[in-house]
Every structure is written in C-alpha cells, then in structure tokens.
Design a protein around this ligand. Structure first.
Ligand code: SAH
Length: 253
C-alpha cells in the first residue's frame, strides 16, 4: 500500500470556514505539518495530534518533513491557509514528490482569500476576474507589471494577493500606478484584512484612494471592472441581468 499525504486548504482562519472534507482529512491524520501560525489557528480540536512546524520561508523543508513522516507509515496532512493549490504548497509537493514515488498525494480544496474576502465586501467577483500576486520573491517584478497591465486591458476585476510586506511597503502604490494608466481614478476598489480571523476589517474606496492606503500582508485587495459599482456600501460587479421594475399581478407599476 502506498503512503498517503493530504494537502489541506484550511480556509482563511476560523474552523467554520474549513470544508467538511478538510476537517475529516485532519481528523484522520496522525501528524499535521504546517507553518506555526496556521497550526495555532487550527484551535483545540486538533491539538491532540502530533503537530510539526517549520518557520516561514522554509517551504521545501516543510514539504520534505511531510514525506519523511509519511515514509514512517504515518498518515500525514500538510496544512496551508486558504486553498493549498492557490499560492500554496500543493505544486511544490508534487515537484518534490517525484523523489517519493511510493507516496500518493491528495489535495483537499479550501476557501481561498479571493472568495472569502469577496463575501465580506459584497459580490465583487460576479463576472470575469483574475488574480495577481504582488510578491516578487519567486516572480520577477517585470512579469508582475506585465500581468497587471494585461488584466487592466482585459477589463477584469483584479484581486491582489501579497499586496505588501515589510520589505515591499510601496508595492501596492506601484501596482496602482500601473493600473491608473488604463483605469479611471474613481473606479471602485476594496480590501479586506484578517478575513475569517480576529480583527476582520473591510474597506471600500476608489483606485486613487487605494494608491495612498497602507495595507499589511494579511490583506487581500480588489479592483473593480467597468461593471462594478457601490450598492448601499457593498462592492458589486454586475452579471449583466436586465432588471425591470416590479409589477403587480395586473401588470401595473
Ligand atoms: N493559499 C492562500 C494564499 C496564500 S498567499 C489562499 O488561498 O488564500 C498569501 C496572501 O493571501 C496574503 O498576502 C493575502 O493577500 C492573502 N490572504 C490569505 N489569507 C488571508 C486572510 N485571512 N485575510 C486576508 N488576506 C489573506
């Protein structure tokens, strides 16, 4: 029988926002591997399990640790925030997994920040959208710029992951400057901090205002398309339905 590793997207934070499948996979696991912050977020329910963590940035070590635990015959689970296959460790696990052909990987979907953040703001992703990470740790900035330009040209709603870090405080401002070449200053934007965690904070503003805002790394940013608007304080992207005024049974207004 093959060894098994479950790669689990735990959603944005709170256990209620984890899928039933993710909870089940973690309950079955003998050992749960993850970044310290995520293991803490798991709460009491899984504290009886063997929990193994590696510090931030040690992604390859974290993945290898999973394979080593699985090789000991344990059922291992690797936890990532949101969805493990969206700026998470799922792909790295498959890459490293080439060296461990006797181990089978299973990816369990989670609610990604674009989706959970959208729900806080209203319905900003109700038409075509794209997602761009502003982190240039693994992607050259020139490529990020190109993708932002293309997203603006395509009139997509744009979701920005990794909008800031200690070393990259001005990246959101730089991204807004690129978008402002094609998008008007008054375009609706929004951002949500600490989705599904303590201290959730949502803001709606214009693209011009967004450029001056300072956000932290636990924030997801949304830039509207030409079909987006503010409806009673909520960020909404129209799907395109024609809405007639309500008529009564006799057809009168
Ligand atoms: N795999 C994760 C994304 C990891 S990249 C997912 O699918 O959600 C890290 C970025 O995701 C952060 O910089 C932030 O932009 C976003 N993010 C992840 N969790 C978040 C949360 N709880 N609140 C706000 N943004 C979050």
């Amino acid at each position: 029988m093959k060894n098994e590793i479950y790669i689990v997207g735990m959603g944005p934070g709170r256990e209620e926002m984890m899928t039933g499948e993710a909870v089940y996979a973690l309950e079955q696991a003998d050992v749960i591997v993850g970044y310290t912050t995520y293991l803490k977020l798991l709460g009491q329910r899984f504290q009886g399990k063997e929990l193994l963590s590696t510090p931030m940035r040690q992604e390859k070590e974290r993945c290898r640790l999973c394979f080593e635990e699985a090789e000991k015959g344990k059922k291992a689970a690797l936890v990532c925030s949101g969805d493990a296959g969206i700026y998470g460790l799922a792909s790295l696990m498959y890459e490293i997994g080439r060296e461990y052909p006797e181990t089978e990987l299973f990816v369990i979907a989670g609610i990604t920040a674009a989706s959970s953040g959208a729900a806080v703001l209203g319905a900003p992703l109700n038409h075509d959208f794209c997602v761009v990470s502003l982190s240039d740790l693994l992607t050259p900035w020139e490529k990020i710029e190109k993708r932002l330009e293309a997203a603006a040209a395509g009139d997509f709603v744009i979701v920005l992951y990794n909008p800031s870090s200690h070393k990259r405080k001005d990246y959101l401002m730089r991204a807004c400057d690129i978008l402002l070449r094609r998008i008007e200053e008054e375009r609706i934007c929004g951002y949500v901090e600490n989705i599904g965690r303590e201290g959730t904070r949502a803001n709606i503003c214009t693209l011009k205002q967004l450029k001056e805002r300072e956000v932290n790394m636990f924030t997801t940013v949304f830039i509207g398309s030409s079909g987006s608007e503010n409806i009673n304080g909520k960020f909404v992207t129209r799907r395109g339905y024609k809405i007639e005024k309500n008529t009564d049974i006799c057809g009168n207004n």
